[in-house]
Design a protein around this ligand. Structure first.
Ligand code: G1P
Length: 275
């Protein structure tokens, strides 16, 4: 069983300045829902009930969001707007939220390592909330990955093919095909140039990790950008045949960029109107 989901949410969100000057980027809304809430809903759908959030300075709004606001509850009770709080109330009732701070920004690997106190010795999921994932046809991306984990019992990374000129933005994987959707990873490179890239299969912000990853991160030297990269720590697992890349079913919006964010907004706007 995978019960816990880690949300690295300490980053500054510089691409969204000035909006993110005093507000966490994870709280940017697509329609009326903050990005991180989409991620929590996806984790709950996959059967997880403990959300471990790695925060930093200026991220208090995330904690307040996943809490009861008594003043607001009092104001809205019995009015026509009360239903707007129902979804988030249900979510708060169904899961536990735990927090720890990443003091220095030393990379995604380091952020995940900071979550060790919240995760312990069990497999867990990781959601990067600015990758907004949805599958209107069926199960969410994490639920799809959970099923693959149950079968293979190793780390799973969600991947999608990207154009060659975009490989420098992602962790890129290559390996042996197991079937149409699954690849046994043999090679992983963080943000390679188009020439260095072993393929165009890019990791997107969904992972299931086995807990030995924490020790591997501890042994990982700073890599790309002088930061501790989760991709490098995962390469140590991949060398033992313990990482599978999964081409997920559904869509992913890069809400860390203005283009992806606007695309997601348009997509959910039209989808909600059709429902
Ligand atoms: C991180 C990871 C990268 C991955 C990406 C997915 O990069 O380091 O391997 O492909 O997330 O969104 P970031 O976008 O935080 O620079």
């Amino acid at each position: 069983m995978i019960r816990k989901c880690l949300f690295p949410a300490a980053g500054y969100g510089t691409r969204f300045l000035p909006a993110t000057k005093a507000m966490p980027k994870e709280m940017l809304p697509v329609m009326a829902k903050p990005l991180i809430q989409y991620g929590v809903e996806e984790a709950v759908e996959a059967g997880m009930d403990t959300m471990a959030i790695i925060t930093g300075r200026g991220k208090r709004a995330i904690e307040d969001h996943f809490d009861i606001s008594y003043e607001l509850e009092h104001q809205i009770k019995g009015t026509s707007k009360e239903y707007l709080l129902q979804e988030i109330r249900d979510l708060i009732g169904r899961c536990t939220f735990t927090y720890t701070r990443q003091i220095e920004m030393r990379g995604l690997g380091d952020a995940i390592l900071k979550g060790r106190v919240l995760i312990g010795e069990e497999p867990f999921a990781v959601v990067l909330a600015d990758d907004l994932c949805t599958n209107p046809e069926g199960a969410g991306i994490l639920e799809q990955m959970r099923k693959i984990y149950e079968k293979y019992r190793c780390s799973i990374v969600a991947v999608q093919e990207v154009p060659e000129k975009q490989v420098h933005k992602y962790g890129i994987v290559a390996g042996k095909a197991i079937d149409e959707r699954l690849t046994m990873v043999e090679m992983m490179v963080e943000k390679p140039s188009a020439e260095e890239a072993p393929s165009n299969l890019a990791i997107i912000g969904r992972y299931i990790l086995t807990p030995d990853i924490f020790e591997l991160i501890e042994k990982t030297e700073p890599g790309k950008g002088g930061e501790i990269q989760i991709t490098d720590a995962l390469m140590a697992q991949a060398q033992k045949g313990m990482v599978i890349a999964y081409r997920f079913e559904g869509r992913r919006f890069d809400c860390g960029s203005i283009d992806g964010f606007v695309e997601a907004t348009n997509y959910f706007y039209h989808r909600n109107r059709e429902e």
